[in-house]
Write a protein that binds this ligand. Structure first.
Ligand SMILES: *Cc1c(COP(=O)(O)O)cnc(C)c1O
Length: 392
């Protein structure tokens, strides 16, 4: 006999997935509709409308792709690059590296602007590279989840457009947590994932495409290399034609619809300020405990904090105890930062005062137990102070 599925209680404070509201889980268990049922088509329309709201755009082509954030990444590159096309990618962490890998596999001519992990890329470095490479597409990661760095976008967007390039942005971790502002920043292609600050299970990758980029799509010399991710066909299922392409993951779309509805109800401004206030509180709390943060203050993401593992502390054991004793999941470092940082997420539903206080308390307990001399309660006291300042 095989027993019913049972999972332990967890608090998801890693780099994603984040906690999901019970309302979203309930929406997922709504009975199926056919993927061409007129009622489902209405749900699709509303989902696109809600996605435009969170992306802050009027782009007609704004759809959730079937697949996780990486499917969004593939969609963004495969539709706008043909073999031999030049692309310039900012690399300052794992996800920038992944972009370069994806673009290289498509046969694009890949050029990169690199920066040390933990720092943003200076736009002046893009200027020099854009002049030299003359790329068709300039791409960056807005919120680099592997390091906790926020990359400012405005200057790079302007440089790309001054030189006739499309501007492509990964906003997997930023969307729904800080403003992406697709129309304001003038981003041509942006993609995200459902399981970070949107607080929906993993499985959908929202994508939005500007008119300028659609023009490039229409002018392609050959078919998009990926059949599954071909936006020229996907747009005819999500658009007025309603042509069958592949069966939409119905219940995932219910979930996204509900997650987006919750965001609409909270309001973007409120949501951004909640992330900012609690992110600052967590970061101030960690510093008050005597811990060091990886990223300089102006470039810290509120929804993903990279904190340095104190000298002589066993990274994996601390994370293991947090999980076993308190049910709290946080992330470790990746690549060059493996064993050197912890990544603490405050994304969407997981971003609450309760989680900030609980995490700081639990971390203090685990570190003291391991012999670290910490001022008792200092982290929580400071975090609460910052939360209250932020509330006024
Ligand atoms: C999580 C993440 C991805 C990849 O998303 P998956 O859902 O894991 O495929 C891409 N870019 C960034 C910045 C991310 O944080």
């Amino acid at each position: 006999m095989v027993h019913e599925l049972k999972v332990p209680d967890r608090i998801l404070m890693g780099p994603g997935p984040s906690d999901v509201s019970s309302m979203v889980l309930r929406a997922m268990s709504t009975p199926l509709l056919g993927h061409l049922d007129p009622e489902f088509l209405e749900i699709m329309n509303r989902t696109m409308e809600l996605l435009r709201y969170v992306f802050e755009t009027e782009n007609a082509l704004t759809v959730p792709m079937s697949g996780t954030g990486s499917a969004g990444m593939e969609t963004a590159f495969v539709n706008f690059l043909e073999p031999g096309d030049r692309v310039l990618i900012g690399v300052k962490g794992l996800f920038g590296q992944r972009m370069a890998d994806v673009a290289g596999r498509l046969g694009a001519d890949v050029h990169t602007v690199e920066e040390e992990w933990g720092r943003p890329i200076d736009p002046a470095r893009f200027e020099e590279a854009i002049r030299r490479v003359k790329p068709k597409v300039v791409a960056v990661v807005h919120a680099e989840t592997s390091t906790g760095v926020r990359q400012p976008l405005e200057d790079i967007a302007a440089l790309a457009h001054d030189h006739g390039a499309l501007f492509l942005v990964d906003c997997v971790t930023s969307l729904g947590g800080i403003s992406v502002g697709v129309d304001r920043v003038d981003i041509d292609i942006a993609y995200s994932g459902s399981q970070k600050c949107l607080s929906c299970p993993p499985g959908l990758a929202p994508v939005t495409v500007s008119e300028r980029a659609r023009e490039v799509l229409r002018g392609r010399g050959r078919k998009v290399q990926s059949w599954y991710l071909d936006l020229t066909m996907i747009q005819e299922y999500w658009g007025a034609e309603r042509f069958y392409h592949h069966t939409a993951p119905i219940n995932m779309i219910y979930a996204l619809h509900e997650a987006l509805r919750i965001i609409r109800e909270e309001g973007l401004v409120e949501r951004f300020s909640r992330h900012l206030r609690l992110g600052r509180a967590l970061q101030a709390g960690l510093e008050a405990m005597g811990l060091e943060l990886l990223v300089e203050e102006p470039y810290r993401l509120p929804m993903l904090t990279a904190v340095k593992v104190p000298e002589g502390t066993a990274d994996a054991e601390v994370r293991g105890t947090l999980l076993a004793r308190y049910g709290i999941e946080i992330g470790g470092g990746l690549g060059a930062l493996k064993g050197r940082i912890w990544r603490v997420g405050l994304m969407g539903q997981s971003c609450s005062p309760k989680n900030v206080v609980l995490f700081l308390t639990a971390l203090e307990d685990v570190l003291r137990e391991r012999g670290m001399d910490l001022p008792p309660g200092a982290g929580v006291a400071r975090a609460v102070e910052v939360m209250e300042e932020g509330a006024h």
